[in-house]
Design a protein around this ligand. Structure first.
Ligand code: ARG
Ligand code: ZN
Length: 849
């Protein structure tokens, strides 16, 4: 059932719940289209609330019966829930409802994935399971009994009993309903155990379908490493006897931190060397960590309401980033995170979907699981840590866990803890949570009488609903280098708080070269008219690895822009600097591979738009191809030797060292195959004994117009492996020429294995199309039209996944009038779809708005 007029929910309207829950008992009698859910819930009036209106959320539930204190009642039932007269004292609510997991294609609530029952309740899925105050500030211990014929029956907490056709679970930790989970199916466990630092043994299990046992080892190692790390770095121990993880094939997002029973998209947990790439392994390690870390930042301390989502997500992303930095290379991780921030969050923050890290209103909360809430939310915590220092940060976090364990909190609570622990006033810093948009920071320098002065100006462009912006607190890490490359002033944290502000460095013998925004100390766009020579100097000499990379990156970007605007030849200094870095064996191969990666075509489009020029996707594509050819020529002497030097001997390991070598080796292969017509790539493909080498080689072959035999062989070998087949689908589109990307995608939608109701498969094809800049933004609008067709088709089946994919259109206004007209027509066609979901309606509405 659809809502006639979507309601907007506002942060300012928050009111505490009228009733609190002391205990929840649930019984599930599982059946694919007629599951019975029996609930027995102890309610009590909330002394903090003046309301005595009893309202329970509930959607798509078939009512069977309801009772209060054993007396049958007849509540008023609407599409959104029920109201009922209740006693003015604690009481027991009992209800029975029927639901149909098998026909639940939205993958929210209780649903089935290839015969297996599973749940996804965040944010508001529990109301599709039974009537309940489905809001995160209502926390209660749950006891769950599952009856069904599946061999494995799982829920949150500790097992309390199991028998033929039933199992019972008890979770003693009060939790909101969004953390509820249930899994039932024919599953096998990959088991291990972990001894916490206070000596408690925890039984660990990763549950998968029979056949996937060989893909579990890495996820389990990552889990144990995460448990160890959270004890060592944050002093946080695990708090149940068991920790279960389940891999599910049909899942809208990456994974979910349900208490004691994390549920993962199989793509985010299953891996073996022959089926998963190094990048997949790294991502799995970080998602396992992320979900595990939520046990404290999210579960033990949760959010008061969904506007506070960044309280758990920003913090937990920040924690998983720290974890990966510790497990691998901190410099490379920072570069990866910034690349991702710029690729995903900056476009959001600079377009029609811009919203604050803590939004103030929404129609559908699922639309706010965004790069802004997650990634910018993590950046805000990184800034906070830079401002208060490491010691201040850990003092504040200790206080946070002490003060708020067991509570549902707000950003105000979070910032108060930092103020109390460090004595700092954070009222201006708090603007980072309420002000949307990417700040622009420009710099001027002067040198006089041994004093070097940097003057910064900050400005945040308007975003929807926020015309005026105030100056933010921007931590700017600056180091100064002498012209011979020595660091004369080590990294200092400048705090920019005014619209315009100067900082002086005294006693310098000569004018230094500044290294500004080291380690990307704030999520801003630094506008700086540094000369090419100066950036080439920083690329060669900066002691801050991030800024070395950044200098190289900005030279590459400017070279591309000069090519696009005036047909300029590639920047020879940059090419020379690149060659020098590649030859420098003291540099981590993973870092060198990062230096080789060019800005994305979408980023270039934005850079052009920022300079007042309408981006032409074909010209951008042409310039990037031209630059890659120039790189291949310029580096042709060193590429083969470096390729050989990066060969890994011995058994495959997805660790930082080996994967760094493969990344650099594959980058060399990319350059070499532009000149040898794919000969080396064909050999690498034939000899590859892991997916990282095989997939990179196949990509190179497709890029040079070869590889059809390999593609067919790949299909034959992997046709029964869904995760590998997702790669097969995506790769062909990613490597298609701009003029054929749409046709390639359209042809693949007719492939019998294009199971479009599976989110991973849908994303493999439509996500790859949306990610193909010149292909998707084709001048005749064919890319927009194809995506719109499929979004309209998916929306009624799975609104969440469709709405997320709609963000592909968020940059539509930066292109030329012809493209804009096509994009607008596509969006209007989506908007005009009868019964468009609330998710979809909100997204297109904001993009057209
Ligand atoms: N809390 C999960 C995570 O970040 C994300 C789940 C969001 N799901 C959703 N349908 N909105 O780990
Ligand atoms: Zn999360």
């Amino acid at each position: 059932m659809k809502d006639a007029a979507p309601q907007t929910v506002y942060l300012k309207d928050y009111a505490p719940p009228a009733y609190l829950v002391d205990e929840v008992h649930l019984t599930f009698r599982l059946a694919p289209t007629a599951t019975r859910v029996l609930s027995r819930i102890r309610f009590r009036p909330n002394p903090e609330s003046s309301s005595r209106d009893f309202f329970l959320h509930g959607e798509s539930l078939t009512p069977i019966r309801a009772a209060i204190d054993g007396q049958e009642v007849r509540p008023d039932i609407t599409e959104a829930g029920l109201t009922c007269a209740v006693p003015d004292a604690p009481f027991t609510w009992e209800a029975e409802v029927e639901i149909s997991p098998e026909t639940n294609t939205a993958l929210e609530g209780l649903y089935m994935s290839r015969g297996m029952y599973c749940t996804q309740c965040e944010a508001e899925g529990f109301r599709k399971i039974t009537w309940y105050p489905d809001r995160p500030d209502v926390m209660a211990p749950f006891t769950v009994r599952i009856e069904g014929d599946a061999p494995v029956l799982l829920s949150n907490g500790n097992p309390v009993g199991v028998g033929e056709g039933w199992a019972e679970w008890h979770d003693p930790w009060p939790k909101p309903a969004y953390l509820f989970a249930l899994v039932a199916g024919d599953l096998v466990a990959h088991r291990d155990s972990f001894v916490t630092r206070s000596g408690k043994t925890v039984d660990l299990a990763l549950w998968v379908r029979p056949g996937d046992e060989g893909k579990c080892a890495w996820g389990m190692e990552a889990l144990k490493a995460s448990m160890r790390w959270d004890e060592a770095r944050y002093g946080r121990e695990y708090d149940l006897d068991v920790f279960n993880i389940v891999a599910v094939d049909d899942f809208n997002m990456g994974a979910m931190e349900n208490k004691g029973l994390n549920i993962f998209n199989s793509a985010a947990v299953l891996a073996s060397p022959d089926t998963a790439t190094d990048a997949n392994f790294e991502r799995i390690e970080s998602i396992i960590a992320h979900e595990y870390f939520h046990n404290w930042t999210g579960n033990r301390i949760t959010c008061r309401d969904w506007f506070q989502l960044c309280l758990k997500e920003g913090l937990t992303v920040f924690r998983d980033q720290e974890f990966t930095s510790d497990m691998r290379s901190a410099a490379v991780k920072r570069i990866e995170d910034v690349r991702m921030l710029r690729a995903r969050q900056f476009p959001e923050d600079q377009g029609p979907l811009a919203h604050p890290v803590r939004p103030e209103s929404y129609q559908e909360i699922n639309n706010f699981y965004t790069a802004t809430v997650y990634e910018k939310g993590a950046e805000v915590i990184g800034m906070l840590k830079r401002l208060v220092g490491d010691a201040g940060y850990s003092k504040a976090l200790d206080l946070y866990f002490d003060r708020h364990d067991g509570q549902a909190c707000t950003i105000e609570d979070w910032l108060k803890v930092f103020e109390d622990a460090t004595g700092r006033d954070l009222s201006q810093f708090k603007l980072w949570y309420s002000q949307a948009g990417t700040p622009r920071v420009s710099v001027e320098e002067s040198f006089e009488g041994g004093t070097y002065t940097l003057t910064f100006t900050q400005h945040t462009p308007p975003t929807p609903g926020q015309e005026e912006k105030r100056p933010l607190v921007v931590p700017i890490a600056v180091g100064l280098l002498s012209p011979n490359g020595d660091e004369v002033v080590p990294t200092r944290m400048l705090e920019l708080t005014e619209a315009r502000q100067s900082f002086a460095f005294e006693g310098l013998a000569s004018k230094p070269v500044p290294s500004i925004l080291r380690d990307f100390s704030a999520p801003v766009v630094l506008e700086r008219a540094a000369s090419r020579a100066e950036r080439a100097f920083l690329m060669a000499h900066d002691t801050d690895p991030f800024n070395r990379w950044e200098a190289a990156r900005s030279l590459a970007r400017d070279s591309l822009i000069a090519t696009i605007r005036e047909g300029a030849a590639p920047d020879a200094d940059w090419l020379e600097g690149l060659a020098a870095m590649l030859r420098d064996d003291t540099l981590d191969p993973a870092f060198r591979a990062q230096v080789l990666a060019l800005p994305t075509q979408s980023e270039l489009a934005q850079a052009l738009a920022d300079r007042g020029q309408t981006p032409d996707p074909d010209a951008i594509h042409g310039a990037v191809e031209g630059l890659k050819d120039a790189m291949a020529r310029h580096l042709s002497d060193l590429a083969p030797g470096l390729y050989d030097a990066m060969r890994v001997t011995g058994p495959y390991a997805p660790d930082a060292e080996q994967s760094g070598k493969r990344a650099l080796g594959n980058a060399m292969l990319g350059l070499i195959s532009r000149r040898d017509a794919g000969a080396l790539a064909a050999r690498q493909y034939a000899e590859a004994d892991n997916m990282t080498l095989a997939l990179a080689a196949l990509a190179c072959l497709l890029r040079v117009g070869k590889g059809s035999a390999e593609l067919a062989a790949f299909h034959e070998r992997w046709k029964d492996d869904r995760l590998v087949m997702d790669k097969w689908f995506a790769l062909q589109i990613a490597e298609a020429k701009p003029e054929s990307a749409v046709e390639t995608a359209a042809r693949l939608t007719e492939h019998p294995a294009f199971d479009w109701k599976n989110p991973n498969r849908f994303r493999a094809v439509m996500g790859a199309l949306a990610g193909h800049h010149a292909g998707f933004h084709r001048a005749d609008g064919a890319g927009y039209a194809l995506l719109a067709d499929w979004l309209i088709r998916l929306d009624p089946v799975n609104p969440q996944t469709a709405a997320r994919m709609m963000t592909a259109f968020q940059t539509w206004r930066r292109y030329d009038a012809g493209r804009q007209a096509h994009a607008k027509a596509a969006l209007e066609r989506i908007a005009a779809t009868p019964d468009l979901s609330r998710d979809g309606a909100e997204m297109v509405g904001r993009m057209l708005g």
